[in-house]
Design a binder for this molecule. Structure first.
Ligand code: APR
Length: 270
């Protein structure tokens, strides 16, 4: 790590395609000081954080066999009522993709960041479970988790069921179908998760928005909640979003490259 005269800390990185061949990242010294002084950091992640692992976004996943369906035909309560097998199979296919790839350096850097701050809240819109796999704890899942299933009627999460060959399988409690524990079109976000996210945004002193387009509500409002309560907001994204002009620091680049550099700059390992 080098500090240059212009108020940046220069972190050397391995040049690669996803980082457009850059071999250094410049992190503002002011940002490093902000992170070191932070008492509560809240982080909101979106599909971009898992992009480098090879997890397609919801819309990108509608390829091949699935391209002919509209999102509402694969991810809504009505779609499940009409054709539970189709919806189950689509999620089984997505789960299979996630099972074949791994968390990336961005996920691990966030787990590491949590170890340096007295209070840390990780809020995700992703349903792949990669933050937990990378070691993050108490993750606030706004859109559920692909790897969990719940009863369609009672909405109770179910860990075990009898495999009688039926697709989707039946709830061992009430006999209705099991469904993925994710938030579908037209459904409310889990109230406790949403409240935890709003609370964290309101009390944190630093809020990160990482790998999210900031277009899908209510998650998109969280950085604004943080700003209204006086937090500094930092964005990490290779492209400009509606949030970019409003933030205190916008770090342009893939999160799998920028996050490890940021953690290294703020809390250098010996
Ligand atoms: N690192 C960081 N950000 C990235 C990267 C990367 N390597 N690659 C892409 N991005 C950014 C894109 O520039 C974009 O701004 O990630 C963002 C992804 O945006 P969306 O696909 O809209 O994903 P997200 O914001 O998570 O969408 C929210 O919408 O599709 C539904 O339920 C789905 O949870 C999802 C929700």
């Amino acid at each position: 790590m080098d500090a240059d005269k212009a108020g940046f800390c220069v972190i050397r990185i391995r040049p690669c395609l996803k980082n457009r061949g850059r071999n250094v990242i410049q992190i503002p010294i002011d940002l490093i000081q902000l992170l070191r002084a932070a008492k509560h950091i809240a982080v909101l992640t979106g599909a971009g954080v898992s992009a480098e692992s090879g997890v397609p976004t919801f819309r990108d996943a509608q390829t091949g066999l699935w391209a002919k369906y509209r999102p509402e035909d694969l991810a809504s309560p009505d779609a499940f009522r009409r054709n539970p097998r189709l919806v189950w199979d689509w999620y089984a296919w997505r789960r299979d993709i996630v099972d074949r790839v791994k968390p990336n350096a961005g996920h691990y850097a966030l787990a590491e960041m949590a170890r340096h701050v007295s209070s840390f809240t990780l809020i995700t819109q992703n349903v792949d479970g990669f933050h937990q796999q990378a070691g993050s704890e108490n993750v606030v899942e706004l859109h559920g988790n692909l790897r969990r299933v719940k009863c369609f009627r009672e909405e109770v999460v179910i860990d075990e069921w009898l495999d009688a060959g039926e697709v989707p399988p039946r709830c061992p409690r009430c006999g209705d179908h099991l469904r993925p524990d994710v938030v579908w079109f037209g459904e409310r976000l889990p109230p406790a998760a949403l409240q935890a996210a709003i609370d964290a945004a309101a009390v944190c002193d630093v809020f990160f928005s990482i790998g999210t387009s900031g277009l899908v509500e209510p998650a998109a409002s969280l950085p604004r909640v943080a700003m209204e309560h006086g937090a500094k907001v930092i964005e990490i994204n290779p492209t400009i979003t509606p949030l970019t002009p409003l933030v205190s620091f916008a770090l342009s680049g893939p999160s799998g490259v920028v996050l490890p550099a940021l953690v290294q700059a703020a809390w250098p390992s010996r």
